[in-house]
Design a protein around this ligand. Sequence first.
Ligand code: SF4
Length: 88
Amino acid sequence: MTAACRTGPPDTADWRDRAACARHPEPDIFFPTGRGTEEVQAKNICGRCPVAEECVREAVRTGSMGIWASTSTRQRQRRHRAAPTARC
Ligand code: SF4
C-alpha cells in the first residue's frame, strides 16, 4: 500500500466548511433536471470553489448524483470508466 492509495474517511468537516456551495440560497441548482441555466450556474460556482478536488473525490467515492466540482453525474461516470484501476 502506498501513500497515494491510503483509504479512510476524508476530513469532511474541514473541506465542506470551505465549499462555495455551502450556504448557497438555491442548493437545487446542483441537481439540475436538464442541461440548462441551473447546470451552468452550478458549474460556475464550482469553478470558484477552493475545495473542488476534495469534492470530486468524494463524489466518485460515494457515487453521488448532481453537479460536483463542475462535473455532472454522467461526466464522472465516463471518467471513472476510462481511468485505469488503482492497484492498492
Ligand atoms: S466544487 Fe462545487 S459542488 Fe463541490 S463543494 Fe465546491 S461548490 Fe460545492
